[in-house]
Design a protein around this ligand. Structure first.
Ligand code: SF4
Length: 376
């Protein structure tokens, strides 16, 4: 079992908070798609023949691609990996792209899940973030997606925005529920260094909201969605029954995946590889038949750290026997010793098989996880 991630690093404009790798120069989009397909072919053995169960087109903005681009990519995937056992094919899409013509153009392809970058149903907040859509356009896009047969729709929402109130946040959540999306990924706004938003904070033109309000918003998020039938299955992810993201779950379960395209990452159980975060250099490397990635071999302690960080984010938590089998009894002893204060304080709990963050623990999850790690 394995997954494939396809990175499309093109956006019509840049949102002020974003530090994902993408650019606005579309002049070599065709060249990039050729290079992407070359990488798919060149790395066809990376997953050792594992069955591909999920494919995820992310970005950037994959919804800027034409049907010709999708045809080319799907042909490369089919020839080199085979998609006959693929259960989930997700396309990230921005609401402003989701016209009738867009849905007609993707109809020939096997996408069965849409992940929409809605971020907010408040127009003032959307303008502040430099999103290209309005709240009504986002709602129309959800309705249109359903009309064109998508019954598995995820949306991204953001909280912790400057001047956002609890009521604003709750209203966005209620709009999502009213529009019957199946999955919500909710992220606190982060002032990533180097972004326009970060510079605004440095210049004093925006202020971070205070921590108490952040915590309250997270509580409202959990309460509102769980009271409306969503399962809080990962710290930032909520799904109606049967609608968890298989692709993202595979990251948290340490399932191998191949990431293709500029800035994409891959993982095969023993090493991670990182593609060059430069579209032009990526194209040139592929055209010359060169590798375009750096490899990081993972030591036992790093693989343990990865497992702690990913598994503890999930509602199932960290399987103790898995730690023992993969890393040995000394790792379990260390884990339980480090976990003891949090078990005592009620921020972690122990089931018969797993170590799990409690609701109190979720709010300080980064601190807890860092104290369970082996490497500095
Ligand atoms: S948030 Fe999405 S649409 Fe906005 S710049 Fe980043 S990748 Fe592009």
């Amino acid at each position: 079992m394995a997954g494939i991630y396809i990175h499309i690093p093109f956006c019509k404009s840049r949102c002020i908070y974003c530090d994902f790798y993408s650019g606005t120069d579309f002049s070599f989009l065709n060249r990039y798609i050729d290079a992407l397909c070359s990488e798919i072919a060149a790395r066809k053995d990376y997953l050792n023949g594992a069955t591909i169960e999920t494919v995820y087109f992310g970005g950037g903005t994959p919804s800027v691609l034409s049907s010709k681009h999708f045809e080319q990519i799907f042909e490369a995937l089919e020839v080199n990996f085979g998609l006959s056992h693929c259960q989930e094919l997700t396309l990230e899409a921005n609401p402003d792209d989701m016209s009738d013509a867009f849905f007609r153009s993707i109809a020939p392809f096997p996408f069965n899940r849409l992940s929409m970058g809605v971020q907010s149903f408040n127009d003032a907040h959307l303008r502040f973030l430099h999103r290209r859509h309005t709240s009504n356009e986002a709602k129309d896009a959800i309705v249109r997606a359903k009309r064109f047969g998508f019954d598995n729709i995820s949306i991204d929402l953001m909280f912790g925005l400057p001047n956002q109130t609890i009521d604003d946040w709750q209203e966005s959540l209620l709009q999502a529920i009213e529009h019957e999306v199946n999955h919500i990924s909710a992220y606190h706004l982060i002032y990533e260094e180097g972004t326009p938003l970060w510079r605004m904070k440095e210049q004093g033109t925006v202020r971070e909201i205070d921590e108490e309000l952040s915590v309250r918003m997270f509580e409202v998020l959990i309460d509102t969605l769980t009271q409306n039938g969503f399962e809080h299955y990962e710290i930032s992810n909520f799904a109606l029954p049967e609608f968890r993201s298989r692709h993202n779950s595979s990251y948290w379960n340490a399932t191998p995946y191949l990431g293709v395209g500029a800035a994409a990452h891959s993982y095969n159980g023993s090493e991670r590889s990182y593609n060059v975060a430069d579209t032009l250099r990526f194209c040139e490397a592929m055209e010359q038949g060169l590798d375009c990635y750096e490899i990081e071999h993972l030591f036992r302690s790093e693989r343990y750290d990865d497992m702690v960080i990913t598994a503890l984010r999930t509602c199932e938590g960290l399987a103790i026997e898995k730690v023992r089998t993969l890393f040995g009894a000394d790792y379990v002893d260390y884990l339980m010793q480090q976990a003891a204060p949090y078990l005592k304080s009620g921020q972690l709990r122990l089931t018969p098989t797993h170590l799990v963050l409690t609701r109190a623990g979720i709010f300080i999850s980064d601190g807890i996880m860092s104290n369970l790690l082996r490497t500095e």
